[in-house]
Design a protein around this ligand. Structure first.
Ligand code: ADP
Ligand code: MG
Length: 565
């Protein structure tokens, strides 16, 4: 029996902007969604040249018969919805009937499919809008779609594709996310001859997290399992006070569909307020479930965002789910008191290099690199005090300066790190204990790609087999306890940048991670020292991330306000 129908125009017009194929990543996403919708228990993705040359997705799902296979390339042909009503309760990942036609119009495509054991397999060859051939073949149950030379007929598009590496990274991240939603499915990804990952089927989300991120990640998580009527939230989130120093591991799903959602992010952050170490974020792999009719998935071209009927209810269930999990874990240990228990490193240790005890040899390094400034005469703003343990308040000729202590220190350190880096003189520290890192596949890629840059900055890492690595040496600007965490955030942050900006990003991230934080008490002399250093830098108005450092209240303004002018 045929399963695919052509949607009548009155429905197809209601389908939000068509699925856009922008890059190899979009092709992989759509094809894998089709495999999962076909209930495959095995999905294999193979790429050549970051997907530009070839993307092949093979599954062992339900397959298609001859007519369906031909029809599947027509616009708005789908087996997943049939009526307008269905559009209001979508249970599959795909529904627009647009992916195959869109992909095929910009590539050379080969589709092989077979429904059940013993049935006739079929192969379809297309090039752009043209059907080249349809033939009977022997093929195991399932479907394989091979997409070659993406954008071969749109040279301008092809020219502007991003690098092979950045495409690969995006694909790895996406498939990692999808594989978390379907632990019972075997996923593998290879790039040329290299197998990037291979996750055999497992029985639970917990085991899948273990396969991807390893034991050390899993140990810092706790389970969330909470229901209220027809709303549910399930998954794993940070067990306080553990967190990560970046937000890259906050994944949300609705009915197994990975989504981006500001509201869910806000709910997560709020639930953890005051429970994590400073400047840390919760990790989360959170699966929401609600009736299909309570969420509109037809609002975003790449189906990456959704609209909830009752977003308040969603917000609250996430919060309550997490709170309940925290209370449960409290049975053994009490909720981490945010401020009291945290060890705040003494400020001396952070100035001018954080955590550096100013031992003699260190002082030498510093003075060697930064001889006392020649312009000792220069008049610096006069420190009045600290406000909210976050801002330094100072007076100058022009008025009152409110200086953000973190941003200011970040700028100062950034300039110093730049100088150290130019001279290739990073003070290195040998790890006392083996710092073993279990990297995720996307972190492995980032490490390989940026190894030289990281080594230049004093990180020495040895491969230990599989995805395990050992951090042997690191730049002597932070404590050993912080080294792993900082190294991992570097891997996440650095690949967000274009190659030529990565060095800058690395130095900026190191500066950010090692600068004084907001909320730290500073004595007057420390503040004077920091402000002097700040005014000696080339750019005292913006931190390396482009955030302002100083807000000035002009003297004229004050006098005007006082009616003295
Ligand atoms: P949609 O997924 O929105 O329905 P697509 O263009 O992605 O639209 O696919 C069209 C149809 O082709 C699907 O509805 C499905 O019936 C069929 N199809 C596509 N890929 C597969 C697959 N891997 N296995 C079985 N059927 C498939
Ligand atoms: Mg689809």
């Amino acid at each position: 029996m045929n399963k695919i129908i052509l949607l009548p125009p009155e429905i197809s017009q209601k389908i939000a902007a068509g699925e856009v194929i922008e890059r190899p990543f979009s092709v992989v996403k759509e094809l894998v969604e089709n495999s999962l919708d076909a209930e495959a228990s095995e999905v294999r993705v193979e790429l050549l040249e970051g997907g530009r040359k070839l993307i092949r997705v093979t599954d062992n799902g339900e397959g298609m018969n001859r007519e369906d296979a031909i029809l599947s390339f027509e616009r708005h042909s789908t087996s997943k919805i049939a009526s307008e009503q269905d559009l209001g309760q979508i249970a599959t990942l795909g529904f627009r009937g647009e992916a195959l036609p869109s992909i095929s119009s910009v590539s050379r495509i080969l589709l092989k499919t077979c429904q059940k054991k013993g049935k006739q397999g079929i192969m379809i060859e297309r090039e752009g809008e043209e059907l080249l051939s349809v033939s009977d073949i022997g093929f195991p149950p399932g479907t394989a779609v091979e997409v070659q030379d993406l954008f071969f007929n749109l040279p301008a598009r092809r020219k502007f594709l991003r690098s092979e590496r950045s495409e690969l990274t995006m694909i790895v991240k996406h498939l990692t996310g999808v594989s978390l939603a379907f632990p019972e499915v075997k996923f593998s990804l290879s790039h040329g001859k290299r197998e990037i990952f291979n996750y055999p089927p497992v029985g639970s989300l917990k085991e899948r997290i273990y396969q991807i991120y390893g034991k050390s990640t899993l140990e810092k998580l706790m389970e969330v399992d909470y229901k209220e009527e027809d709303l549910g939230v399930y998954g794993y989130v940070s067990a306080p006070p553990n967190g990560r120093s970046d937000r890259s591991h906050q994944l949300f799903y609705i009915n197994k569909r990975p989504i981006r959602d500001k509201l869910l992010q806000a709910a997560l952050n709020k639930a953890y307020r005051g429970l994590l170490e400073k400047d840390h974020f919760a990790q989360a792999f959170l699966f929401l479930s609600c009736p299909y009719s309570d969420v509109d998935v037809n609002v975003h071209p790449a189906k990456a965002e959704v609209r909830f009927k009752d977003s308040q209810a969603i917000f609250h269930i996430v919060q309550r789910g997490i709170h309940q999990a925290i209370l449960k874990s409290q049975g053994i240990k009490k909720i981490y008191p945010a401020e009291e228990e945290r060890k705040i490193p003494r400020i001396e240790e952070r100035m001018p290099y954080p955590h550096m005890k100013m031992r003699e040899e260190r002082r030498e390094i510093v003075e060697d690199l930064f001889p006392p400034s020649a312009e000792a005469e220069k008049i610096y703003p006069h420190i009045l005090g600290q406000y909210l343990e976050t801002y330094i308040v100072a007076s100058s000729d022009e008025g009152i300066l409110v200086i953000d202590q973190h941003n200011a220190h970040e700028r100062v350190l950034f300039e110093k790190y730049k100088e150290i880096d130019n001279k290739k003189k990073w003070p290195q520290k040998l790890a006392l204990f083996p710092l073993v890192l279990e990297l995720s596949p996307s972190q492995v890629l980032s490490f390989e790609e940026n190894q030289t840059l990281l080594e230049e900055a004093g990180f020495r890492v040895e491969a230990m087999g599989g995805r395990s690595y050992s951090l042997k040496e690191f730049p002597d600007i932070f404590r050993e306890e912080e080294a792993k965490d900082i190294f991992l955030s570097l891997l996440e942050e650095i690949e967000k940048e274009k190659i030529e900006d990565r060095k800058r990003m690395l130095l900026a991230t190191l500066a950010c991670k090692t600068a004084i934080k907001a909320g730290e008490f500073l004595a007057i002399d420390k503040m004077s020292y920091l402000v002097e250093e700040l005014f000696q830098t080339s750019n005292s108005s913006l931190c390396p991330h482009g955030r302002p450092i100083i807000v000035k209240i002009e003297r004229r303004e004050i006098e005007k306000g006082m009616k003295r002018r």
